[in-house]
Design a protein around this ligand. Structure first.
Ligand code: DP6
Length: 359
C-alpha cells in the first residue's frame, strides 16, 4: 500500500455507531528507531516486541459539532478532563485530517486510560496513539464497508505513525517491523508490518519485566532526541548499523540463538544512549541505578549463564528480557537483587502480546 491508497476518494456508507473503543499495547524495540524525517518517517528500520500488560484503552465518541474550529474535541484522561494531551492530539489531527475528512464534521470526546501509572515514566504515546487511530478506523470502516482487514490495520498503523512513530508498531502481531528493509518483504517506512519470516517459539512467550528506576517526566522528549540525530556526527553509521542488525537478527529469530539475540539487543540499547550522549547538545537519561542494574545483570549472567538481557527506551527504566522457561530463576534475581534499584521497588511484569483488541 502506498500513501495515496490511504487518501479516501468516495464513501458509500454512513457512520451509525458513534462510539468506538480499543485497547492498544505498548511495544519495546529490539532494534531502535532513533532519527526521523518529515512526515514522521524513520531514518532506519526497527523491530519490536508487542507487549501485553502495558496498554492504553481509549473510547472515542462522535457528537454534534459545537465550535467552528477545524477539529473540535475534548480529552478525558483517567476520568478527568485534561489539557495536557491537547498539543500532541491537535498536531495528530492536523496531520491525519486529509486521510479522514469526516473528523472535522464532529465533536470528538476522547476518554483514555493507561494500565500503568501515569507517573511510571513509561511513555504512553505509542499505545495511546495506536488506540486512538484504531477507534478512528472503526468509523472509517462504517463509511467504507467493503474495507479489508489488511487495509483497516495498515491504515491504523499509518495514522498511528503520524501521531508517534513507534505507535505504528502497536497495532497487531507480536513482532513488528517498521521501516523499509530490503530483505524484509512488505516492510515500509509508512506503517508497521508483521515480521514475515519464521520465528522460533522461544520468542513467542518472551518476558519483559520493566524495572522502574525513575518515575519522573523525561528531561528530553523522544521527539527532541530524534531531532538531534540531524547533523549528528555518527548518524549515517548508526542508520546503516540498524539495518545490519536487522539482517543479523533474521537467522537468530529463526533458530532461537539467545546468546546472539542478547548481544544485538543490548548493543542496540547502549548505542541508542550513546547517540544521546554524543549529540549536540548532549544529554544522558540513564541514572546511577540504570547502570547498577546493567552491571548486576552481567554479573548474574556470568554466574548462572541465564539468558537474561536488558534493553532501554529513551529513559532510565530498564526492560529485562528473558524466556518463559527461565522465569523462576530470573524473577528470583529481580526480587533479591534488582528491586532495590527501583523507585519504591516498582516494576511491571509484562510479556510478548498479540496486539490491540476492540473493547
Ligand atoms: C527510543 O516513537 O516516542 O523508544 O515519533 O517523536 O513520537 P516520536 O518518538 P517515539 O520514539 C521512540 C524511540 C525509542 C525507540 C523505539 O521505540 O524504536
Amino acid at each position: 500500500m502506498t500513501e495515496a491508497d490511504f487518501l479516501p476518494k468516495t464513501y458509500s456508507g454512513k457512520i451509525i455507531h458513534k462510539k468506538a473503543g480499543w485497547r492498544a499495547p505498548s511495544n519495546i524495540a529490539l532494534v531502535k528507531y532513533w532519527g526521523k524525517r518529515e512526515p514522521q518517517l524513520p531514518m532506519n528500520p526497527s523491530i519490536s516486541f508487542t507487549l501485553d500488560a502495558c496498554a492504553t484503552t481509549t473510547a472515542l465518541t462522535l457528537e454534534e459539532k459545537k465550535s467552528g474550529e477545524r477539529f473540535s474535541y475534548e480529552v478525558i484522561f483517567e476520568g478527568t478532563s485534561s489539557e495536557a494531551f491537547r498539543p500532541k492530539i491537535q498536531a495528530f489531527f492536523e496531520r491525519i485530517g486529509a486521510y479522514l475528512p469526516f473528523l472535522s464534521e464532529y465533536h470528538m470526546v476522547i476518554e483514555t486510560q493507561n494500565s500503568f501509572p501515569h507517573s511510571s515514566g513509561i511513555a504512553s504515546s505509542a499505545s495511546g496513539m495506536a488506540a486512538l487511530a484504531l477507534c478512528l478506523m472503526d468509523f472509517e470502516r462504517q463509511l467504507k464497508p467493503e474495507m479489508s482487514d489488511t487495509y483497516f490495520y495498515g491504515k491504523a498503523s499509518y495514522l498511528a505513525r503520524l501521531g508517534s512513530g513507534s505507535a505504528c508498531r502497536s497495532i497487531r502481531d507480536s513482532l513488528v517491523v517498521w521501516g523499509n528493509h530490503k530483505e524484509i518483504e512488505g516492510s515500509s517506512d509508512f506503517y508497521g508490518t508483521a515480521y514475515p519470516y519464521d520465528v522460533h517459539p522461544v520468542f513467542k512467550t518472551y518476558h519483559d519485566t520493566i524495572l522502574l528506576v525513575h518515575k519522573g517526566q523525561k528531561q528530553v522528549s523522544s521527539t527532541a532526541g530524534h531531532g538531534l540525530m540531524e547533523g549528528h556526527p555518527f548518524a549515517e553509521q548508526r542508520f546503516s548499523q540498524a539495518g545490519e542488525n536487522l539482517t543479523r537478527l533474521q537467522p537468530i529469530l529463526k533458530e532461537g540463538n539467545l546468546r546472539e539475540f542478547m548481544g544485538i539487543v543490548e548493543s542496540e540499547a547502549l548505542t541508542l544512549h550513546a547517540m544521546m550522549m554524543t549529540s549536540t547538545p548532549y544529554f544522558l537519561v540513564m541514572k546511577p541505578n540504570t547502570l547498577a542494574i546493567i552491571n548486576a545483570i552481567w554479573e548474574f549472567r556470568r554466574e548462572t549463564n541465564a539468558h537474561v538481557c536488558f534493553t532501554l527506551d529513551a529513559g532510565a527504566n530498564v526492560h529485562l528480557l528473558y524466556p518463559e522457561d527461565e522465569k523462576e530463576g530470573v524473577y528470583g534475581f529481580v526480587k533479591d537483587t534488582l528491586l532495590a534499584y527501583c523507585e519504591e521497588g516498582h516494576h511491571i511484569c509484562d510479556r510478548v502480546g498479540l496486539g490491540a483488541k476492540k473493547v
